[in-house]
Design a protein around this ligand. Structure first.
Ligand code: SAJ
Length: 427
């Protein structure tokens, strides 16, 4: 085998499964994270994130000695960078968000100390176009004793490639093996070496391209989904205005052989689709009006949902003149960013519940079968079972299509259904 030891930097939602899965193929893997408690957790064979099937893979890999976590990188044959690349939103409202590459820079700095001739460096973190070239420049500056692809082409001592992760949270263990990979080497020799590495694990096809195209492929995939969801979200607002059931409309339109409209919802959440389009927009602001408009449509959807709840409150008061606003009990169903997970990051459902709780004078109940306690801003609200909420709430706001809400009865009372679970006359 060309690779016997690899180092994965960043033990988060992507890095930890990647490290553990390579270790499951009997590669010796050093998982590196700056967070001591993450390192300690992994070395105990445990995990700090929720991902079905991951715990077992980590436990086995650690117990068999193939996975070891550390706060600093060690000498290895290949280095995979899977650290966060957050977007910073500046205060001025007309300023575009900027990507923060400081975690990548710090990771590169740390591996430059142990880098040796023949090493492969792969960036997996979602990044703006041009990042791989930047990384190559940082490494060359840190290690003038080694040669790099930007100056020595295919004969370089160090090979560098960009290979984006494309796994769906909740299905990572399956998709990390099954999905095709895009391999963007800085030279053909870089790509070939990266294919050799991923072939240890990946059963999908490895498609070779250059680094810039590979970077843009990842951003394109998530921006494409964002634009498509924005179309569905815009349709839901138009249909409400025109008194049409959007679910029936989409289901009928999707009977056309070349139409496949996605599902509207309360907005787009998570740490990928709501973020990645900005990497394109901030690089090419004058050339990306459609991607930007889609981002705005999806970003504004939670506000529209809150208006719908306010409308339902007023209707309820009109129908029940003996009641006042503070008598109305509202139940919010689901807090996570999508169905059947426990991840609250960038969740529109959480945003809606939190914002609504600032204005509503009456009681708010929350039903979220995937968590045990409510997060900080809404910890004063009541976390209850679906049955309890059905029994006492006057207004029912469906925010996430968890399987628990899709089965069984539909609540009595007024319903605001953002996911088409209870109010849906599709064919
Ligand atoms: N959503 C809708 N309507 C839909 C589909 C999704 O409102 O029809 C919402 C979801 O509720 C959620 C958000 O969009 O709030 C994102 O969910 P998702 O399931 O579409 O995607 P993620 O963020 O969990 O994972 C995406 C995936 N990208 C694509 O499908 C193109 C995954 O393959 C990527 O690896 C991941 O981003 C990532 O890490 O970039």
């Amino acid at each position: 085998m060309l690779f016997s030891k690899i180092c994965v930097l960043g033990l988060g939602y992507i890095g930890l499964p990647t490290a553990a899965m390579f270790a499951s193929r009997k590669l010796s893997v050093i998982g590196v994270d700056i967070n001591k408690s993450t390192v300690d957790t992994v070395n105990l064979g445990q995990i700090h994130i929720v991902e079905p099937g991951l715990k077992e893979v980590v436990q086995t890999a650690v117990n068999k000695g193939f996975l070891y976590a550390s706060q600093t990188p060690l000498v290895a044959d290949a280095f995979l960078i899977a650290v966060p690349t957050p977007i910073q939103f500046p205060d001025g409202c007309d300023m575009l968000p900027q990507s923060d590459l400081s975690y990548i820079k710090a990771a590169i700095q740390s591996i430059s100390l142990v880098l040796k001739k023949g090493n492969l460096v792969v960036i997996e973190s979602t990044s703006p176009v041009g990042t791989t070239e930047l990384v190559a420049g940082w490494l060359a500056a840190a290690r003038p004793d080694l040669t790099f692809p930007q100056s020595h082409g295919s004969a370089s001592d160090i090979r560098i490639a960009y290979c984006p992760e494309r796994v769906l949270p909740g299905h990572v263990i399956k998709e990390i093996v099954a999905n095709d990979r895009i391999i963007g080497g800085m030279t053909r020799a870089c790509s070939n070496l990266a294919v050799d590495l991923y072939s240890v694990l990946v059963e999908g096809k490895c498609h070779i391209t250059n680094a810039r195209t590979a970077e843009m492929t990842k951003l394109t995939e998530n921006s494409c989904r964002d634009v498509q969801i924005a179309f569905a979200n815009e349709l839901s607002i138009i249909c409400d205005e025109l008194d049409i059931d959007v679910w029936e409309l989409i289901s009928l339109s999707n009977r056309h052989p070349r139409i496949n409209i996605l599902n509207p919802g309360p907005g787009v959440g998570g740490h990928c689709i709501a973020v990645d389009p900005w990497f394109i927009i901030s690089k090419t602001p004058d050339k990306s009006p459609l991607i930007r408009a889609a981002r705005n449509v999806n970003n504004d959807k939670p506000k529209w949902v809150i208006n719908q709840i306010d409308k339902a409150l007023l209707e309820f008061l009109k129908e029940n003149p003996e009641k006042s606003m503070k008598d109305i009990i509202v139940a919010c169903y689901g807090l996570t960013f999508k169905a059947n997970i426990d991840d609250l990051r960038e969740s529109p459902a959480l945003q809606i519940t939190t914002k609504f709780s600032y204005s509503h004078q009456g009681k708010i109940l929350v039903v979220e079968p995937n968590i045990h306690s409510l997060p900080g801003d809404i910890s004063h609200l009541e976390l209850v079972t679906k049955e309890k909420a059905f029994e006492v709430a006057h207004i029912h706001v469906l925010l996430v299509d968890h399987v628990e809400f899709e089965t069984g009865d539909i609540p009595r009372g007024k319903i605001v259904d953002t996911r088409g679970v209870w109010c849906n006359s599709s064919v």
